[in-house]
Design a protein around this ligand. Sequence first.
Ligand code: NAD
Length: 308
Amino acid sequence: MKGKIAVVGTGNVGMAYVYSMVNSGVASEIVLIDINEASAEANARDIADGNIFYPRKVNIYAGQYSDITDAELVCITAGAVQKPGESRMELLSRNRSIMTSIANSIMKTAFDGIILIAANPVDVMTSLFAEVSNYDKTKIIGSGTNLDSARFRQNISNYLNVNPKYIHGMIIGEHGDSSVPLYSVTTVGPKPILDYIIENPNYDLAGLTHCYEDARDAAYKIIEGKGSTYFGIGASLKEITKAVLDDQKVILPLTVYNDNVYDIDNIYIPLPALIGEDGVEEVIKLNLTPDEFDKLKISANLLASKLK
Ligand code: NAD
């Protein structure tokens, strides 16, 4: 396995991702690209200094787009961040030109691996990358609601006092204010959570709703406290990268192209997807309740409106 990846944007998110990667031994070669070349150089040196302590030696260096040709995955984290109280969608005007220039730079190379996008608003940025690049749609992935879903599962875990690994569930739709929690497919071990709650007087739907709302609004709270979020998304990006590099065939809620799988616009939107070395190998069709489907449609319409 080669294990070569590149990161475009070596700010807080880019470097939290890289730090998570090197501490998990996921990659053997990492190229750092940033318009601030001095910062990319310094970050490469800083990470390389820890090589003796990582499970796998990593060749990390500041580079150019010409260095990504043989990479298996390029992760794009370059972009402006939300100010306190600002929504992800409000970043669109500032990040549109950055994503356009990065897509053009990548397309000038012979890179043919997987594109993983984290810059916000991530679903619109993923669509924008696809539009500008005309690249294979199944090789373009946005970080989607993988982090939102992790927050949701952890909140439920705390609420019910059950190990989060045994809470299965997802948030889909926009990585943002119009996201959709899928209570209908959320389970505690093998048991549907709605049954679990009905049968247990200690829990109720209001408590479950709070688990979702706290997950949806988590970034606002973190940004208010420390200016930006990066460790959680860094770990989430690492897991997605591992799924691709190790051909894991895992099912994650990521920003993927809805190619007539759901009866919504054919746009990039977070949906459950089978992820392996070829990128998006299948978009998983769920039997949503009418309420969940209506909410997904509202979210899809909102994303589509931002692309015009
Ligand atoms: P940051 O300001 O710390 O870093 C951004 C980096 O991008 C800087 O190093 C900057 O020099 C670089 N950059 C800007 N324009 C560039 C270009 N054209 N080419 C290459 N590099 C360029 O910001 P951050 O905290 O790392 O956040 C980055 C993005 O990630 C933001 O859009 C933020 O909203 C987003 N984000 C997404 C999630 C998610 O769940 N998807 C979570 C947190 C943050």
